[in-house]
Design a protein around this ligand. Sequence first.
Ligand SMILES: NC(=O)c1ccc[n+]([C@@H]2O[C@H](COP(=O)([O-])OP(=O)(O)OC[C@H]3O[C@@H](n4cnc5c(N)ncnc54)[C@H](O)[C@@H]3O)[C@@H](O)[C@H]2O)c1
Length: 390
Amino acid sequence: MTIGIAVIGAGMAGRAHIAAYRVAPTLYAPTLPELRYISVCDINAELADVTARKYGYERSDSDWRAIAADPDINVVSVVIANRLHLEVARGLVEAGKHVLCEKPLSDTIESAKEMAELAAAANTVVRIGFTYTRQPGIAAIRQWIQDGTLGKVLHFSGRYWCDYGSSPKAPISWRYKGPMGSGALADIGSHLTYLSEFLCGPMTAVSGGSFSTAITERPVPVGAVTGHGLAEVSDELEPVENDDYATYTAHFGDTVGSLEVSRVAAGYPNALFFEVFCENGAASFHQDTPSQVRLYLNDDSSATNGYRTVNLGSDHPYLAGGMAMDVSGVGFGQNEGFIFQARAFLEEVAGIAAADSLPQNAGFDAGLHNMEILAAVAESAGHNGMEVTL
Ligand SMILES: NC(=O)c1ccc[n+]([C@@H]2O[C@H](COP(=O)([O-])OP(=O)(O)OC[C@H]3O[C@@H](n4cnc5c(N)ncnc54)[C@H](O)[C@@H]3O)[C@@H](O)[C@H]2O)c1
């Protein structure tokens, strides 16, 4: 068996997938079949070509249909604007491909439902990448909640602050288009929302939804832009349609959490951070220091007790045998999350039993559920913060 790989989208996150597939077979025992790195596809043909050569893929394409039509390609990551996910995922699944799609699942609840139906009827592995669950620190905190070290969550507090939109000169892009809730809430709030359930269990209701759009117009770029970078812009301005900032209260049965996200948080390039307060102590994670977590346990001596810093290494999820240098203190970050995610996807496609593989990626049903929560937040925000049951 040979697995042929392609990635659609060579932008910011696309490159993370393209690189992750290259490293994935080097983790852990060599259980994966032979991999072929076949194509990088981007509508920007020059970017696709440069990226394919840089990461050692055999060719580039500028139309995703060429990927769907190639019988040698089995596995495809879909890493393009949210509004394009449905069309491309459908074409790939209908062509018999295994699909790993980026979050959020789509741009509207209606298209997300179609995607979930598509996945339910598929004969291939169809998954969504909520990459942050692969952060060893976050996985360790979940383990401590579940094995009783921390025990039941009493209260969650999470923030995802980014500053990619904090300059009024940051060019307009697909991220700023769509209804309220499709901005910061969908882009980064989808991650934080998924993580809150990963740690606290199923959300039962949301309340206190609130949005703001701090910068209402942005300049049109002169050329192509990817990701969050500043670029040369023209004098022409276009309206920002969606939220720069969003906040809501999450109800997990009898546990409550507060979630807040912003793309105009100057000084925070990419700061996902949260704290969980539990019956036996508390823990916190900050993306600025991804190879550490802070832990507090109630039953330590009260005279010397306090939050301690735990350096993550070979005693923690994903790391033992999973890094070229797998010892505490070496450090790792967000790119490694994409590598663990790619490895899990390839293991599932290769038919490696769940018990012998990394935790499998979530299905499109989980992606739809995540979007239903975001839609409930938008409904709450539209009704003065009213509680909306899920
Ligand atoms: N998991 C994460 O941490 C993470 C991080 C960033 C982005 N994302 C997600 O990844 C997706 C892409 O985000 P991004 O920041 O990489 O976007 P981006 O704007 O940087 O890149 C998108 C790329 O898609 C290309 N493109 C546009 N239309 C296309 C088409 N029809 N066919 C092929 N290529 C096309 C563009 O030319 C561009 O290079 C989004 O769904 C986003 O939410 C996830």
